[in-house]
Design a protein around this ligand. Structure first.
Ligand SMILES: CC(C)(COP(=O)(O)OP(=O)(O)OC[C@H]1O[C@@H](n2cnc3c(N)ncnc32)[C@H](O)[C@@H]1OP(=O)(O)O)[C@@H](O)C(=O)NCCC(=O)NCCS
Length: 195
């Protein structure tokens, strides 16, 4: 195992089918590929071409921040499939937002997004002492709304005609999860998926 491989095997949060780990410079080419793939970016608010340099800058600027945690999602056999983050951590209100992108399309719909999010929520609620987590999805992203609801999120509101994609304005679905509502879902998830 070389030095880079050893670095990648340090996992921050361990699951049954995915692990979450710190990102490093070696991940930048793969991330850049995802963020120029219109099948992926149709679901997020990135509309400009992204360069390797921009992604590297983004990574450097976002690692080690107090108000953000950015992690890579890796399958148990070591395939780097996406990123997940906790953003806008606010220790007064005890709130945060989350974002996710599984950029490797072969891994959509296999439960990995749900597992990654549950691991991250456990960290957010039980380590960072956050009490409420926000997230959102463009209205046509039914898979995202469904996966978020599986992790306990409920629709809190809708921003009408908020996001412009493919020549049309779409609603933005705003979701949230309170820790107390999530705890029983976490208990069940641990028994049914993580053990
Ligand atoms: C959204 C995303 C994170 C979900 O992760 P995932 O691993 O694909 O989702 P999961 O498999 O954990 O759960 C998806 C659920 O939606 C269902 N689903 C899958 N494809 C669907 C579709 N096209 N429409 C509706 N539901 C769908 C699945 O059946 C599953 O529900 P089930 O377990 O009850 O059967 C991932 O697909 C992704 O990153 N997509 C591209 C970028 C993106 O949309 N990011 C989020 C922006 S808000």
């Amino acid at each position: 195992m070389n030095e880079n491989e050893q670095k990648e095997k340090v996992y921050f949060l361990k699951g049954k089918n995915v692990n979450l780990r710190h990102l490093n410079e070696d991940d930048v080419p793969v991330m850049t590929h995802w963020l120029n793939d219109s099948e992926v970016t149709q679901y997020i608010t990135i509309n400009h071409p992204m360069t390797l340099e921009q992604e590297l800058e983004y990574l450097k600027a976002n690692i080690g921040r107090q108000d953000k945690i950015l992690l890579g999602i890796e399958t148990l056999d070591g395939v780097y499939i996406g990123n997940i983050s906790i953003d806008k951590i606010n220790h007064v209100d005890r709130t945060a937002t989350t974002g996710i992108i599984i950029g490797n399309k072969e891994y959509w719909g296999k439960g990995h997004g749900t597992e990654a999010k549950m691991l991250l929520l456990n960290y957010a609620f039980n380590t960072l002492n956050i009490r409420k987590i926000h997230s959102s999805a463009i209205s046509f992203n039914e898979r995202s709304v469904k996966y978020q609801k599986k992790t306990g999120a409920v629709v809190e509101g809708v921003l009408k005609d908020q996001i412009y994609k493919n020549g049309k304005y779409y609603d933005q679905i705003m979701l949230s999860i309170f820790k107390e509502d999530w705890l029983p879902i976490w208990d069940k998830f641990q028994k049914e998926v993580l053990t």
